[in-house]
Ligand binder design. Structure first.
Ligand code: 5AD
Length: 383
């Protein structure tokens, strides 16, 4: 902002007219996105935030959709340089829930009115594990049918890169959304934070496969990675647009001391929180009708981070339903919140937090993104 930029008062918050105009532009360019992501003055940030919230409410409505998160296994075949459950960390106590345990978590989601669940795990493609997830999804779809949700819970999977055949089996079992973060769309940075056998190209190929198989596809990135630039983050948003992505999950990078990136230089905590919020806002402004999650990593750095995410344009929250005795073993990064609360405590706490952000919980709904519904022209609004 230069000294001539007029500032208008709106309520008690100062709003930069220049940034209000910028955020309201219909077709944001890469350069516009970089300027938005770089906003630092309170009045600039507020202008961008307010416009992102307006765009969200206009395109997606007031609802916040919940996906109960089950961390089904922390066993992992990958060795990502940032991740607290990477295979080479021997101190991690490895666990895999049984199908009965996963189904019990699904029933808890149904009882809480969550409408959808996410089954997340370390990346494994062995037959035994895939069979387990296929069985769990089958049973969840059959055993969570209620009068409020005759088609059962919506099931989203987040279990990494798999073959086309595996994606098809899981889709046939009834999973209809899949999350696979690209982590960063800068191929050189991707190569720096992953071991050689994991390639940027194969992950992009998986995103294409998922779409072909018929999933609603989600992706996302970590924000504030060592060496990541505002240009990289703007490119991430343009990548989401190019791949016609339906849902986004992204959050700040949090160095894990037991990993090779544990001591790498990255922006300080306040800056990573700012960047993560501005990424949510800029993604909302650019993509408009996608679902955007306000992620746990944001809450790990800021006790009210998830509520802030909602105010900056997010509309999905993933409450914990993982059995309490294994939650501690699934720590991708330090400072993971909700380690002590049980699932019911998480539920009542969340409802209050969402309403405090001036929004309404979309209970008993799959909460598919407007973007996915438009693309598929699914007529049933209740999804
Ligand atoms: N900091 C922040 N996010 C992380 N993830 C894994 N490790 C970290 C970390 N240290 C994210 C990755 C992954 C998702 C499940 O968790 O983006 O895709």
């Amino acid at each position: 902002m230069n000294s001539c930029t007029p500032i208008t008062k709106k309520g008690s918050r100062a709003v930069s007219a220049e940034f209000a105009g910028l955020a309201a532009q219909p077709a944001l360019s890469r350069a516009d996105l970089i300027r938005i992501l770089g906003a630092r003055e309170k009045s600039q940030i507020e202008a961008v935030r307010a416009e992102a919230e307006r765009v969200l409410l206009r395109n997606c409505g007031n609802g916040v959709y919940l996906r109960g998160l089950v961390e089904a296994s922390n066993a992992c075949a990958c060795d990502c340089l940032y991740c607290g459950i990477r295979k080479s960390i021997r101190e991690v106590n490895r666990y895999t829930l049984t199908a009965d345990e996963i189904v019990a978590c699904a029933k808890a989601c149904s009882e809480f009115g969550y409408g959808s669940m996410v089954i997340q795990s370390g990346e494994r493609s062995d037959r035994k594990f895939i069979d387990l997830i296929v069985e769990a999804v089958h049973r969840i779809k059959r055993e969570t049918r209620t009068s409020q949700q005759p088609e059962g819970l919506g099931v989203t999977l987040c279990i990494g890169q798999q073959t086309r055949e595996t994606y098809e089996r899981l889709h046939d079992a009834g999973a209809h959304r899949y999350l696979l973060r690209i982590e960063t769309t800068n191929p050189e940075l991707f190569a720096k934070i992953h071991p050689g056998e994991q390639t940027f190209e194969s992950r992009v190929e998986c995103l294409r496969l998922l779409r072909e198989v018929g999933y609603q596809v989600g992706t996302g990135v970590m924000i504030g990675l060592p060496g990541q630039t505002l240009g990289d983050l703007a490119d991430d948003i343009l990548f989401f647009e190019r791949l016609d992505i339906d849902m986004i999950g992204m959050g700040p990078f949090i160095p894990h001391p037991g990993t090779p990136l544990g001591t790498a230089e990255c922006p300080d905590i306040a800056e990573r929180i700012r960047l993560a919020l501005m990424m949510i806002a800029a993604t909302r402004l650019k993509l408009r009708d996608v679902n955007i999650a306000s992620t746990t990593a944001l809450q790990a750095l800021d006790p009210v981070g998830r509520e802030k995410g909602l105010k900056f344009g997010a509309n999905v929250i993933m409450p914990q339903v993982t059995p309490q005795d294994v939650r501690r073993d699934y720590q991708l990064y330090p400072g993971k919140p909700c380690l002590e609360e049980n699932a019911r405590e998480c539920q009542s706490c969340l409802g209050m937090r969402i309403e405090a952000a001036g929004r309404k919980v979309g209970y008993h709904a799959w909460g598919d993104s407007v973007h996915a519904r438009r693309r598929k022209a699914v007529p049933d609004d209740s999804r």
